[in-house]
Design a protein around this ligand. Sequence first.
Ligand SMILES: [Fe+2]
Length: 447
Amino acid sequence: MATPPPISSTPPFKQRPSKYQYQSGFGNSFESEAVKGSLPYGQNTPQRVANGLYAEQLSGNAFTVPRAQQQRSWLYRIRPGVCHTPLVPFEKPTLLDSACSIVNPNQLRWKPFPIPEKKHDFVEGLITIAGAGHASVRHGIAIHIYTANENMVNKSFYNSDGDFLIVPQQGTLDIQTEFGFLEVHSGEICVIQRGVTFSVNVPDGPSRGYICEVFGAHFRLPDLGPIGSNGLANPRDFLSPVAAFEDVQVQHVKINKFLGKLFTATQDHSPFNVVAWHGNYCPYKYDLNLFCAVNSVTFDHLDPSIFTVLTAPTNEPGVAAADFVIFPPRWLVQENTFRPPYYHRNCMSEFMGLIRGVYEAKKEGFLPGGGSLHSCMTPHGPDADTFNGAIGAELKPTKIPDVALAFMFESSLILGISDYANKNFIDDDYWKCWQNIANNFKNHQQQ
Ligand SMILES: [Fe+2]
């Protein structure tokens, strides 16, 4: 299947064609039934569910969290999720790393992670790059790369540890979930929460992308403060599946990630047997082209938090375990301003990836499918060439072109590195891009 053409980030937008239907809205309480009359009316657990279905609740939060945070769904399925053999350790070696015990405070950059030619699916292709905290205490994050060149056939995955925010970089993901289907192109993202069973096909062949896994609170839309009630990622642009089921007897392998380790079980039927569901705990996707960016229209930079698409908070107000931030195509219009990102040292940790094009602060070396990590208080900023270009540039309105799309997973946690990431595809010369920054402080001693 050919890769679909990218959709323009310039309005008027066209809805991206998809073979699936969706329901629109962030955090809505949805309801969907693939067979009419399958959802109980006015209650969740009638004595006998219509059409011989089983009722099963999937809880996304403790039962007693404040109502505004409560996320749960009711699934009405052909057989409940419990019908499987005991879970046993996954037989294949994996590159998942729940420890991330390598400590490295340097500016780090990785060349594009290659997609191995040997046949592997989405789960087998998970590679942990960095992380902090642990699923056992429900606090922390992990950053993974995925690659895949093979569909998950009669195989599914669910994660007990946290939520996956998936950022495809190369190739479309055709994802079957208990709640229905999601087709996620490069330039879109999806979130698949803790416990949701899903299976990934790669219709474009070799595929690659990034994952931010959060062990604590779910992703939510950031507060907008004085921006008001519109802008950034608008709730109506988030899309969730409609119910779709298969009633097949087949040998199926279910893979579970539990405290960083993989386990498998088998069952004699498809887990994608949810005929109807309702609730507000369900996967969703979002087209990054629809992000309505704000920035200064006079002078200077605002902080990059203005580009936050989703945030997974900690218990401390305004402090995120993970912010998902994008640097989208947009106009730069500030007067008398150094327009690239400024030099800075951040109390947060910044993992960056590139979906396509060229990032504005690094014209070379930071490539799609690669990454960089600037940890807590590690200084960074534009390389010398970018700096010299920017201070001499004519400051007319310019557009960061449509082909450029970088993103950042920004965390208040201090990230350790996986053993794999410490040894593979590191750009050993990264530090050199700042070494020819000149001393421009001239002749002031004589004045
Ligand atoms: Fe930064």
